[in-house]
Design a protein around this ligand. Structure first.
Ligand SMILES: *Cc1c(COP(=O)(O)O)cnc(C)c1O
Length: 392
């Protein structure tokens, strides 16, 4: 007998939270061709690939304009700059989101006003928005969190009643929709990110702003290019924020597969739900809620793990070689850098309980059924073997 044969019957799995290589590998030749073309042209900035991608993304989002920029964070910053948001202004944002949604506001010296979420969808709670509007409110930034659109009809009603613009943070939601309207097309401007973990992920940083309005689009484009027009004449105090040609070339290759990626994510999400139900786990953990009014593109599949057992479950899965992640463990109103805004624990109860209970599972398009089965079995074993009791 060799040593290897005495290894326990259930070897450690290797199921990462995300494996970008699996999506990229089949497109390797197409990427190399696209990149070679850019190298040969020497047009590393302002190459024709950037404009081509902008047109294609405007098509996906159903907007007249799309303007490339360096990141999703910059897209948010530029949108706020284009609205001339200033110190003394307030901008309403959810606390349960990635940092950039709020830091863009604070970077301009304005105040992010944190509001609570709907406990089922994790998206911004419209009532909480309505309650937070003051004479200093300049904009509302709903985030289409985890790939599902925020409750846009209600938000648009509130916004138009108060004559406030909506900036959609659609960084996690390209391809999603609300009552048939694409994410990014419903507010004054939509902000997209091509960070590698997003549904349309590049090979580095990248972002885009989408909008209908000609004048606003021109202002965004100007602000992203040092406010310069014509050359060396600066109309506005802009920044340098560009989507480079190589990134645009790579993203154009991937954009052709975006629908297939979204469908694969939807299939994986549906299958998780089915597997959890079959395992009778759907009442032990809380499965993600899909609002029937929207088209969810599942940038993340997040379950709620009640009774303080989330971290122990995450550890249990890690011990089996199964990746999971927590988006987001610390709500923004509790971040150290926002301490002077005066929020305390208990201010936003739905946000705080989501941060304590949420756990995200691998849901990327190339995840295999076998791997998915193993993830569900891993969670089952946590509850069946009594590991959850030791954790409580
Ligand atoms: C990723 C993300 C951003 C920022 O995008 P970057 O391209 O990483 O700067 C902003 N908001 C949300 C909700 C995000 O998930």
């Amino acid at each position: 007998m060799t040593k290897e044969s005495s290894v326990p019957a259930s070897p450690k799995k290797n199921i990462p939270m995300l494996d970008v290589g699996r999506g990229n590998q089949p497109l390797r030749d197409a990427f190399l061709d696209a990149v070679a073309k850019v190298i040969d042209s020497g047009r590393f900035l302002h190459g024709p690939e950037v404009g081509e991608l902008e047109c294609a993304v405007a098509g996906v989002c159903g907007t007249k304009h799309a303007i490339g920029c360096a990141s999703g964070s910059d897209a948010l910053l530029l949108a706020l700059m284009a609205l001339d948001v200033q110190p003394g202004d307030e901008v309403i944002v959810p606390s349960f989101t990635f940092f950039a949604t709020a830091s863009a506001v604070a970077r301009l010296g304005a105040e992010p006003v944190f509001v609570d979420i709907d406990p089922e969808t994790f998206n911004i709670d419209p009532q909480s928005v309505a309650d937070s509007i003051t004479s200093r409110t300049r904009a509302i930034i709903p985030v289409h969190l985890f790939g599902q659109c925020a409750s846009m009809d209600t938000l648009q009603e509130i916004a138009s009643k108060h004559r406030l613009p909506i900036i959609e943070d659609a960084a996690q939601a390209i391809g999603a929709a609300w009552r048939g309207r694409p994410a990014g097309s419903m507010g004054l401007v939509g902000c997209l990110s091509f960070y590698p973990t997003k549904n349309l992920g590049g090979m580095g940083d990248g972002g885009m702003m989408v909008c209908h309005d000609d004048e606003f689009a021109a202002r965004l484009r100007l602000l992203a290019a040092h406010g310069m027009q014509p050359r060396y004449h600066h109309k506005l105090l802009g920044i340098n924020s560009r989507l480079d040609t190589l990134q645009a070339a790579v993203l154009t290759v991937k954009l052709a597969h975006l629908d297939a990626y979204s469908e694969a994510r939807q299939k994986n999400a549906d299958r998780y739900t089915e597997l959890f139900r079959n395992a009778q786990l759907h009442e032990t953990i809380q499965l993600p809620h899909r609002d029937p009014r929207g088209l969810h593109v599942w940038n993340q599949y997040g379950i709620r793990v009640p009774y303080g057992r989330r971290d122990a479950l995450k550890q249990h899965l890690a011990g089996m070689g199964i990746g999971s992640e927590i988006y987001y463990p610390v709500p923004l109103h509790m971040q150290e850098c926002f301490a002077d805004l005066g929020y305390s624990l208990g201010c936003l109860p739905n946000t705080e309980s989501a941060a304590r209970e949420i756990l995200h599972l691998p849901v990327y398009p190339e995840l295999t059924e076998q791997e998915q089965d193993a993830v569900v079995e891993g969670i089952e074993s946590f509850y069946m073997t009594g590991a959850f009791r030791r954790a409580a």
